[in-house]
Design a protein around this ligand. Structure first.
Ligand code: PSV
Ligand code: MN
Ligand code: MN
Length: 392
């Protein structure tokens, strides 16, 4: 098997973007629990995200969600983030919390409402221009609840037209990534339910339009790594929203429900050339982002655990002896090939990663170092009054 020393340099520069909303309160339709110290402003969310990067070295950027992260001056916010040691990443549009969008946004039959949704995306692109963000991520709540409720074909045509208008505004160094989700909040059909629909829509737009794969947005049992392989093969996998799930769109800590699935997904990213510094700015061709909520656990350590899980499964995926695997596959050695794969998955890399961190001036155990830092007590004492930021 490949040894850790051989793959260690490949871990250099791994970047996992954090969602600003993970630092605010979140919950279910039953209850949103507030916790002392929760951010009351976008700046406080960014300060908390910067902690994750400070202790892990893995999370140099923060994704924004507009209008949750609305501020007057994005250039100033960019400076603030830089002072904290992070940058502003993907800008997520939000067309799911406005009464006008009850029956759709980019697919709406009413031209005025559809234009309002398009205009919102233009505003998001303005934000990107000010923050220096590369990606505009579009996730649509559009869909219907009952057979016959909507002309599903007409909606697809309007979606294509709306996306083309938005794409026209995307700058040379920017990308549009279209996220799919098979259900929720609409339950009969959604307008971008699967990778095939997202792929068809972004392919019609051009090279700067890609698919975003959220790991929680598939039917149970779906072979997600196959989709990863196919999208990479087609050159259209733009980014991940990582999280894990037991049942639906649970948004739990990535790698907690099924670390083996995360390993299989990252193996296909590596195999397909989606990992590593292929871009001129040193970033990976496929952007790694988290899309999670921490309903009952502390948010900063929750995000730390998440990026560490991604790093751990990345190391294990890189450990797969690809030559031995190919040889066994070519020889029709079913169990030999499977064993090569599993040997890497079962390799405990935690001690090696701890040493790797220490060599780079990072704490061997970031969770422990953060807990000992006193930051949590500090924010609990300082953040009194104001309104805590919330996912909804
Ligand atoms: C929708 O379920 C989603 O995954 C989209 O990415 C949204 O932007 C995000 O959740 C909000 O948390
Ligand atoms: Mn998502
Ligand atoms: Mn989701």
């Amino acid at each position: 098997m490949t040894d850790f020393a051989a793959i260690a340099p490949l871990l250099e520069g791994q970047a996992i973007e954090l969602p600003s909303w993970a630092f605010g309160n979140s919950g279910t339709r039953f209850k949103v629990f507030g916790t002392p110290g929760t951010p009351r402003s976008v700046e406080e969310k960014i300060a908390d995200a910067a902690q994750v990067h400070q202790y892990t070295g893995l999370a140099p950027s923060v994704a924004l969600h507009i209008p949750w992260d609305l501020v007057d001056d994005y250039a100033k916010l960019r400076e603030y983030a830089a002072e904290k040691g992070v940058s502003l990443g993907t800008v997520n549009s939000n067309t799911f919390q406005d009464d006008d969008y009850k029956f759709g946004a980019l697919t709406h039959v009413d031209e005025k409402i559809r234009q309002k949704a398009i205009d919102h995306h233009f505003e998001c692109i303005d934000v990107m221009d000010a923050t220096g963000s590369q990606d505009l991520k579009i996730w649509l709540a559009d869909g219907s609840n009952y057979p016959g409720q909507a002309d599903i074909r007409g909606r697809q045509d309007r979606l294509a037209d709306s996306l083309a208008k938005i794409y026209d505004r995307i700058g040379d160094d920017q990308r549009l990534v279209l996220e799919y989700k098979f259900f929720e909040p609409a339950f009969y059909h959604t307008d971008v339910p699967d990778w095939g629909t997202s792929y068809a829509q972004v392919s019609a737009l051009g090279d700067k339009a890609m698919v975003c794969l959220d790991t929680g947005h598939h039917a149970p049992g779906t072979n997600i790594e196959f989709i990863v392989m196919q999208l990479l093969r087609l050159g259209k996998l733009g980014s991940f929203d990582f999280n894990s799930r037991f049942y639906a769109d649970d948004d739990l800590i990535v790698g907690s429900a099924d670390p083996f699935q995360l390993f299989r997904i990252i193996f296909e990213v590596v195999r397909g050339g989606g990992y590593g510094p292929a871009n001129p700015d040193g970033t990976s061709p496929v952007a790694f982002m988290l899309d999670q909520c921490h309903n009952v656990e502390d948010k900063i350590p929750g995000q730390m655990r998440s990026v560490l899980n991604v790093q751990e499964m990345t190391a294990r995926a890189l450990l797969v002896d690809r030559d031995a695997l190919s040889a066994a596959q070519a020889a029709g050695d079913v169990l030999g090939a499977h064993q090569v794969f599993m040997d890497a998955f079962y390799t405990d890399v935690r001690a090696d990663l701890a040493a790797w961190r220490e060599e780079r001036g990072l704490p061997a155990d970031p969770m422990k170092a953060y807990a000992a830092s006193g930051y949590q007590a500090e924010i609990e004492a300082a953040r009194v009054g104001g309104t805590q930021m919330s996912w909804t």
